[in-house]
Design a binder for this molecule. Structure first.
Ligand code: ATP
Length: 309
């Protein structure tokens, strides 16, 4: 039960990572409209920050700054606000609790990196800490699944297998740390639109399964094997909606990446490289090509949403 007095007047700061999908296998839509997935999530070192401060009972406020802020809703559809309200309703008594949330975004919006889910996960953890609601990690993840399929993974982090519609997560047996280069698109891609295109392109998909070669590569920790095993069933759909992404993927591979894949529903392209030096080189070379809005380096796996400071 929530404490009636503000336990933390200065507020709580939580940082949550972006994800890429090392594998994303998609089945035929279920009766509830969701697609069954077999995915391997991988949390990378690109973070949104969420700060939560005590507010008057039943006051839920939000301010957003940073990357892509003009495309982030600040009303009740924002996943961070939805997370705060959900937690208050289920575990605290909405009329007794309030929060002022501030999001600083570094994860681009509608980029296939689950930035909104990262904010939802961060807000859940920040509010639980602020309001002194003590929940086991699996209970928090269960709550996160009500907000969105990628939220439980944003709480868990690391490298994990996702089943169901992606919300059913379990840590993967994985060795090593990997260097990534992320190339952001000029415009976001709508996830529902990419799934609609997938349904047209693949009217009769096989039931999704996590590829064994990818799991073997993760156990071995070899970037070359992992690079060869990266796979995304949504990639052809994303490429028909954004044909220019083909050139981005090809150019990254020509410039030395050991693997390339569209992340989730896109349009972000993720390139795996051998080491940090290659990552620095690829960022410079890809940026010089002028085919991506922004090119960044990241490492993975990193931990999920955590209280910092
Ligand atoms: P999805 O998680 O749907 O696969 P994505 O990872 O490509 O999508 P997100 O950055 O999560 O992209 O944004 C998807 C949509 O979610 C946005 O277009 C926006 O309308 C909505 N949204 C809600 N809350 C947020 C938030 N805190 N940050 C970004 N987008 C949000």
């Amino acid at each position: 039960m929530a404490s009636p007095l503000p336990p933390s007047p200065v507020g709580v700061h939580v940082r949550a990572p972006a994800k890429i999908n090392l594998a994303l296998k998609v089945g035929a839509p279920r009766p509830d409209g969701y697609h069954p997935l077999a995915t391997v999530y991988h949390a990378v070192s690109l973070y949104d920050d969420v700060h939560a401060e005590w507010a008057e009972p039943d006051e839920f406020e939000l301010a957003v700054s940073g990357e892509g802020v003009e495309d982030v809703p600040v009303d009740d559809t924002n996943l961070a606000l939805r997370a705060a309200r959900l937690l208050a309703r289920v575990h605290g008594g909405q009329d007794r609790l309030g929060v002022r949330l501030t999001i600083r975004k570094a994860i681009p919006v509608a980029a296939g990196l689950a930035g909104g889910s990262a904010d939802g996960a961060a807000a859940l953890l920040a509010c639980a800490t602020l309001w002194d609601i003590d929940l086991a990690p699996e209970v928090l993840r269960h709550l996160g699944a009500e907000l969105g399929s990628d939220v439980p993974f944003a709480l868990l982090g690391g490298t994990a297998v996702g089943g169901g519609r992606g919300e059913d997560v379990a840590p993967a047996l994985a060795r090593g740390s990997y260097h990534w280069v992320l190339a952001f698109g000029h415009q976001g891609l709508s996830t529902p639109e990419v799934y609609r295109r997938f349904d047209q392109l693949v009217p009769d998909p096989t039931p999704p399964e996590v590829p064994p070669d990818l799991m073997n590569a993760l156990r071995g920790g070899d970037p070359y094997e992992l690079g060869a095993a990266l796979t995304n069933d949504l990639q052809p759909a994303a490429l028909t909606l954004r044909p220019a992404l083909r050139r981005v993927l090809d150019t990254g591979l020509e410039l030395g990446a050991v693997g390339a894949v569209v992340s989730g529903s896109g349009p972000t392209c993720a390139f795996l490289v051998e080491d940090e030096e290659d990552a620095v080189d690829l960022v410079v070379a890809l940026s010089a090509e002028g085919i991506a809005r922004k090119v960044l380096r990241a490492t993975g796996p990193v931990v999920g949403a955590r209280v910092v400071g």
